[in-house]
Unconditional design. Structure first.
Length: 237
């Protein structure tokens, strides 16, 4: 994407709301692409998946039974959570403890769906996500599974980032440094998506949501394509 086009989008939106909502399945590139889009647009960034992971870490660490919906819901309300809203700095803290790396461990990836399918906990985390968007004057790239449909259906730009299952498994494998065998990778990507789909639909674009299929695009090409979508949607309105 040309620098001039990007400059014109930034200039057009100075001081005005610009929520870019991005949903998609595991390994589609949501976090990495959203972060770079936020950098280029010079707006805030929120990884909502990190919030579900942080709550899961808290429950697992304090021995809360993930099958006990009332306990998980209570934990979501009590959670003392700090999450970065800058695309240039990554941190997640629970009760002041840095859990940035711990929440990415396979043990948390395997447990997170149980928490993410607890509806009471979702309600609380969605409330916090909306608060963070408001706190940033609605200038933020927000990524997850239900951002385009539930958290911010009124976002200026709504996108579903997809990729073939094969591409997603390959990317996650590379990201984890080849430490996981095929079965472990499938558990963390395909099986987790199947469980998460029980409460949110992130495989089909809702009305007004633009699909970006990154299966045959590299990272840079995907970021460019996402920025082209942002430009087109904003110019249309
Ligand atoms: N278009 C792409 N082509 C190749 N690799 C990509 C692409 N988009 C993202 N990646 C890489 O794939 C991995 C998974 O991306 P990530 O952003 O963590 O996905 P998600 O947040 O959807 O699970 C990362 O290592 C990322 O750098
Ligand atoms: N808005 C969101 C974001 C994540 N989740 C759930 C679904 C996922 O299993 C977990 C972790 O999300 P995360 O985006 O970190 O997942 P990835 O490993 O990047 O695919 O949280 C959700 O239910 N709703």
């Amino acid at each position: 994407m040309t620098q001039e086009l990007l400059e014109s989008v930034r200039a057009l939106r100075i001081g005005r709301p610009l929520v870019v909502a991005i949903d998609g399945p595991s390994g589609s590139g949501k976090s990495s692409v959203s972060k770079e889009v936020a950098r280029r647009l010079r707006i805030a960034y929120l990884d909502t998946g990190a919030m579900y992971r942080a709550l899961t870490w808290h429950c697992v660490t304090t021995g809360i039974d993930l099958e006990d919906a009332a306990a998980v819901e209570q934990a979501s309300r009590d959670l003392v959570l700090e999450v970065s809203t800058s695309p240039n700095e990554e941190y997640v803290r629970v009760d002041g403890v840095d859990v940035t790396d711990a929440i990415r461990e396979p043990a948390i990836s395997s447990a997170v769906s149980a928490v993410a399918t607890t509806l009471g906990a979702r309600t609380e985390l969605i409330r916090r996500q909306r608060d963070l968007i408001e706190k940033h004057h609605r200038r933020m790239v927000v990524e997850g599974r239900d951002i385009t449909t539930v958290v911010a259906p009124g976002a200026e730009v709504r996108m579903l980032l997809t990729a073939s299952e094969e591409a997603r498994l390959r990317r996650r494998g590379l990201q984890l440094g080849g430490t996981q065998n095929a079965e472990e990778l499938a558990a963390q990507v395909t099986h987790r998506d199947a469980k998460d789909s029980a409460v949110v639909n992130f495989t089909q674009a809702a009305s007004g949501v633009v699909t970006l299929d990154s299966s045959d695009l590299d990272f840079e090409q995907t970021v460019d394509a996402a920025l082209v979508i942002v430009t087109k949607v904003l110019n249309r309105d």
